[in-house]
Every structure is written in C-alpha cells, then in structure tokens.
Design a protein around this ligand. Structure first.
Ligand code: SF4
Length: 238
C-alpha cells in the first residue's frame, strides 16, 4: 500500500499524538518582556548541524545572560555570545550569524518582528534566504514556527523517510519534497489549517526519525512498517 503526505500525517498523528512544537519555555519571555518568536529564530540557526539537546544548553546560557532579544544580542560582546553557544558547535560561525541577524532586524525593522513578518510568505522567504548563514531549512523553520506562515520544513529526517517509503519525489532535493508535500496537503486542508498541519507533520517526522527511522532503522516496531517499502524489504530479509 502506497502512502501520501495526507496518509502520513494522519498515521503519525494517531501513533505519536500532538508534538507541541516549537519547544520552548514561554515563562522566560513573559517575565522578561521579550519576544518568543526571536528565540525560535535563534534556535533555527543554532540547530544547524547539531542535535537539539546541544541547542537547549546554548539557549539556557543565552537566557542566563539575558541575550534573547534583538537589541541585547546585537549589543552583546561577541566573545560572550560564543561562550554561551559553545555547546551547539561551530560557535564562531553561529555567533556571527546570530549577531548579523540581530543587527539586520534592529537596523531594518527596529527589532519589530511584527513588521518583519507582515510581508507575504514569498517575500519574507526571499529576504531570509538573502541573509548571511540562512539556507532553506533555517528560513522555513523561521517562517513556519516564528512567523506562522504555511511552509513545510524539509530536513535530513524528511529526506531519509522520503527515500525509504518512498514518496514519488527526488528524495535528495529539498525543493522537490517541499513542493510535493505542500501540493498534496493543500488538496485536503485550508490555508489556515496548513500552518498547524505543517507544524505537526514536521515535528512528527523528527520524532519518527529520532526513535525509529534512524540511519540504521528500527523497522519491526515502527508505526509505518505496513506502509513502508524499505521496512517491508528489511522484514523479508530477516
Ligand atoms: S519501517 Fe523502517 S524504514 Fe520505514 S519508516 Fe519505519 S523505520 Fe523507517
């Protein structure tokens, strides 16, 4: 039996339940009167090439030094930023990216994310992609989880799953996967619903990739086994 993105979403929802992304502690922002959407943007850069657990440690340090606002991060001593985010790896590069983003938002939008996110999805995506150190996955994470725009995020887990199920796309191509998934889900859900559907589906695929569809997959217990070509081939070979 073949699976499409609608079936994948419903199946994973039933198996894992709601994922409640983006993971963050909102109370810090309530207490400090800061914008939680900026934390999402920071997290999207920090998670480049590293596990989320390493990002959590870096965010904790940034919070401790009250650097989770556009103005504070822009004005911060770069060496302190590097020290705070050391756990996330590539900290020299990432500190530069974080401060470039803060400077940009401060200078162009006066640090006001409402103004920045007011643009159409296409314009905002183009602008994000033009910024230093922001590629498609980072830009789309910011669009979906910070700006609440209907954009599906593709990552390594999604590419691996697309290849193994398989989905009828070039599983090595970010754009192919994104266009296919969005095209299929748009047939089923309204634009308003899509933000939540893309939010959940990406989080569900990450969950599947972390616990089952790993580089060496754990197929026998996987909720997608009956729908997955690769998993069924593995079963036959045992
Ligand atoms: S059955 Fe195996 S290969 Fe298929 S999605 Fe599950 S873990 Fe991945």
């Amino acid at each position: 039996m073949k699976i499409n993105p609608v079936g994948l979403y419903t199946h994973l929802c039933k198996s894992f339940g709601p994922q409640h992304w983006w993971p963050m502690d909102h109370s810090h922002h309530e207490q400090n009167n800061t914008d939680p959407r900026f934390e999402v943007m920071i997290g999207a850069i920090l998670t480049q090439n590293t596990a989320w657990t390493n990002v959590e440690k870096a965010i904790k340090q940034l919070k401790k030094h009250h650097l989770l606002s556009v103005q504070a991060l822009k004005d911060a001593d770069t060496e302190l930023v590097k020290t705070c985010i050391r756990s996330s790896g590539y900290f020299n590069q990432k500190a530069k990216r974080l401060q470039y983003l803060s400077n940009y938002l401060a200078e162009r939008y006066d640090g006001d994310l409402d103004q920045f996110f007011l643009q159409s999805t296409d314009r905002l995506r183009k602008e994000l992609l033009s910024l230093h150190g922001i590629g498609p996955e980072t830009a789309d994470s910011m669009l979906l989880y910070a700006a609440k725009k209907p954009v599906f995020v593709v990552d390594t887990y999604t590419k691996r799953l697309s290849k193994r199920l398989p989905l009828p796309v070039n599983a090595a191509s970010y754009d192919d996967i994104q266009h296919y998934v969005e095209h299929e889900l748009k047939k089923e859900y309204s634009t308003h619903e899509l933000v939540q559907v893309y939010n959940e589906l990406h989080a569900l695929i990450v969950n599947l990739g972390k616990y089952y569809c790993k580089p060496k997959p754990i197929c026998p217990n996987c909720p997608l086994l009956s729908l997955c070509h690769f998993g069924q081939q593995q079963e036959k070979e045992v």
